[in-house]
Structures are given as C-alpha cells and as structure tokens.
Design a protein around this ligand. Structure first.
Ligand code: AP5
Length: 231
C-alpha cells in the first residue's frame, strides 16, 4: 500500500484485515515500535521520522523481514501460505530493489491518490489527538516532499511493470474500499488466468482472491527462516 501521508493507507489496511484476514505489516508502526523500545536505533529513527525523511533501507527491510517471519510462525498450518499486506513500503526505489532481490516481488501495489490539501487537513485533524511527533504542519510538509521525491518514482516504476493500481482516495473510506477490493480482485483474476493449472498448498488453503495481495509467504520446511515465494 502506497500513498502520500494521510492518504488513508492505514484506514484501508484495517478494513482488509477485518474483511479478508490478511496479515498486516505497517512500516511506520514497526518503526514507532522500535522508537518506543528506547534502543539506540530507535532514537536515530525518531529523529529521521521527525524530519519527515526515510530511515535507511536496510533498517526497514530488516524490521519487515523479522515481522514477516513472525507472521508466518504465528499462523496455523491451515492458514498457510500467509497473505501479507505491507503498508508504507517500498517508499524508495532502492528499497524496492533490495526487497525484490532479497525477499520477494509484490503481487500488487495499491497507490492512493489524494491531493496534498486533503491529506494535510486529515493529518492536522488527526494530530489533535494522535500524539504522533510527525503530525505537525512543519513535518507534514517535509513528509510530502519526501513522498514526491522518493515514493512517486516507485509508483511509476510499478505502473510501468503493470503491477500498480491507482485509486482515488478522496471519497469517504467505505467508497475508497470498494475500489480497493475491485483492484485486488481484478489482479487475482488476472493471476488465476495466467496460472490456471496451479494447485498445491495455495489451492488447499483456499487462498482464492486473497492471493493477489502484496506478498504471499510460504513457510519453510522446518527451518527458522521462511522460504519466501511469490504467489
Ligand atoms: P507512516 O506511519 O507510514 O506514515 P505516513 O505514510 O505518513 O502515513 P500515515 O500513517 O500518516 O497516513 P495513512 O496514509 O496511513 O492514512 P490514515 O489511514 O492513517 O510513516 C511514518 C514515518 O516513518 C515516515 O515519514 C518515515 O519517516 C518512516 N517510514 C515509514 N515507512 C518507511 C519506509 N518504507 N522506509 C523508510 N522510512 C519509513 O489516515 C489519516 C487520517 O485520515 C486518519 O485520521 C483517518 O481517519 C483519515 N482518513 C483516512 N481515510 C479517509 C477518507 N477516505 N476520508 C476522510 N478521512 C480519511
């Protein structure tokens, strides 16, 4: 899930988790957990986030890999392979390249398109109660700049690869969600048409439409580190 700050990524992820049971990993939440842990790394991340910049790719990829491993380890055998929805990643081309090289390629990249004025209004409103150090006018402007300079090229790249779906995010959340489901189901139909004979564990798990989400992780054969595979 990609989109500018306040475009509604987290809101739509929550709906998908409730509806379809995906494992949800939020890059921002993983970083905020690291900050809350009080570690030296967390302190470095806190400053970067306050400046509206991106933490180094190896940091966020390590946190994501570990969270993916935990999600797979926690899933009962009947729920494998696990469909993982990643919120706020990859936000830069180097992150995308590293993740694809070291872990896997996404099945689908959803991009929430929302004007800055709308996103700013949402974040300032949320900032009244969120307690987030980056929900203030100054940091919000910096986050927008980072998004335009570093994340928009990622969306363009996945469009070029035919893997991105752009969704207007200005309507109320339930209306946006209808478009989210349409995009996921269209991708699933396309994937199913391209691989009609595939069976095995995915079919047994009844993955169906859910296969289309960003990543599908297959459990390793007895090892601690999961084998990662595209759907
Ligand atoms: P992150 O936590 O991901 O923040 P963000 O991308 O700025 O996104 P937000 O969580 O603020 O907004 P959202 O799009 O999820 O919208 P939400 O649903 O919450 O990242 C924070 C920081 O961590 C980054 O700046 C960076 O420093 C670092 N970081 C994160 N990922 C990284 C990565 N991959 N690499 C390196 N660094 C990384 O909604 C916002 C508000 O709008 C809510 O109040 C909601 O109720 C409301 N709302 C939502 N949808 C609608 C709607 N349709 N209509 C009206 N209101 C709506």
């Amino acid at each position: 899930m990609l989109g500018g700050p306040g475009s509604g990524k987290g809101t739509q992820c929550a709906k998908l988790v409730a509806d379809r049971g995906y494992a949800h990993l939020s890059a921002g939440d993983l970083l905020r957990d690291e900050v809350a842990s009080g570690s030296a790394l967390g302190q470095e991340c806190a400053q970067i986030m306050k400046d509206g910049k991106l933490v180094p790719p190896e940091v966020i990829i390590r946190l994501l890999r570990e969270a993916m491993e935990r999600a797979v380890a926690a899933a009962p055998a009947s729920a494998l392979p696990v469909n993982i929805l990643i919120d706020g990643f990859p936000r830069a081309l180097d992150q995308a390249a590293l993740f694809e090289r070291g872990i896997m390629a996404p099945e689908l990249v959803l991009f929430f398109d929302c004007p800055e004025e709308e996103m700013e209004a949402r974040l300032l409103k949320r900032g009244e109660t969120s307690g987030r150090a980056d929900d203030n006018a100054d940091t919000i402007r910096k986050r927008f700049r980072t998004f335009v300079e570093q994340s928009v090229p990622v969306v363009d790249e996945y469009h070029r690869k035919g893997k991105a779906a752009k969704i207007s995010a200005t309507a109320p959340p339930d209306e946006v969600y209808v478009k989210v489901l349409e995009a996921i189901d269209a991708r699933a139909a396309k994937a199913a048409a391209a691989k009609p004979a595939r069976g095995g564990r995915k079919a047994a798990a009844g993955a169906g439409k859910e296969e289309a989400v960003t990543a599908t992780v297959a459990a390793a054969n007895g090892g601690g580190v999961p084998a990662l595979a595209t759907a």
